[in-house]
Design a binder for this molecule. Structure first.
Ligand code: FES
Ligand code: FES
Length: 173
C-alpha cells in the first residue's frame, strides 16, 4: 500500500522548519534522519527506554511513539537546542560534574526530562525527581548520581535566576 507524503512545520529548537514526511514516519525519524539531530537517541523504538525523549510544546515525550504529523505546528526542543559543547546548559554541566554520565546514551533524554521537571517545579524532592525520570532508563550509572545531578542543576539554576534578578534590580536603580 502506498503511503502519503505530507508537509509539516516544526518550531525546531527555535527555528521554523518544514519537512516532507511519510504519514507513518515518527518524530524521532524526522529529528535524526531529516534534521540530522542525532543527540536524540534511538533505543528500544517502542516507548520503553526514554532515550528518544524530546520536549514537545515543553512536555517530555518519547519521540519514537509520536508520528511526525502529530507534531505539526508544535515546538520541538532537542538536546542540541538546550546547549552546545561550547555553551552547555547548567543541567548538562550538573550531569557532568555529578558523574551522572557513563556511556551517555540515556543522557540527552534524562536531561530534557529533568529540564521539563525543573521548568514546572524548580525545587523538586528526590521522590519527585525519581517519579519524573521513571520512564528514562540507564543501564550504566544506577540512578543515585542522576538524582544528584538534577538536584545540583536545580540549585545552580536557582542561583543563576537569583543573580539575574539581582542584576535587573541594579539596572532598575
Ligand atoms: S527509543 Fe523511544 S522510548 Fe526507547
Ligand atoms: S550512562 Fe549509559 S545508559 Fe545511562
Amino acid at each position: 500500500m502506498e503511503s502519503n507524503t505530507i508537509t509539516i512545520t516544526l518550531q525546531l529548537n527555535g527555528s521554523e522548519k518544514q519537512f516532507s514526511v511519510d504519514e507513518e514516519e515518527t518524530l524521532l525519524e524526522v529529528i535524526r534522519n531529516r534534521a540530522g539531530l542525532t543527540g536524540t537517541k534511538r533505543g528500544c523504538d517502542s516507548g520503553e527506554c526514554g532515550a528518544c525523549t524530546v520536549l514537545l510544546d515543553g512536555r517530555p515525550v518519547n519521540s519514537c511513539c509520536v508520528l511526525a504529523v502529530q507534531a505539526d505546528g508544535c515546538q520541538v526542543e532537542t538536546i542540541e537546542g538546550l546547549g552546545q559543547k561550547s555553551a552547555p546548559h547548567p543541567l548538562q554541566e550538573a550531569f557532568r560534574d555529578a558523574g551522572a554520565i557513563q556511556c551517555g546514551f540515556c543522557t540527552p533524554g534524562m536531561v530534557l526530562t529533568a529540564k521539563a521537571l525543573l521548568d514546572k517545579n524548580p525545587d523538586p524532592s528526590r521522590e519527585e525527581i525519581r517519579e519524573a525520570l521513571s520512564g528514562n532508563l540507564c543501564r550504566c550509572t544506577g540512578y543515585a548520581k542522576i538524582e544528584e545531578a538534577v538536584l545540583l542543576g536545580a540549585e545552580r539554576l536557582k542561583t543563576a535566576g537569583q543573580a539575574a534578578k539581582g542584576g535587573n534590580r541594579h539596572e532598575n536603580l
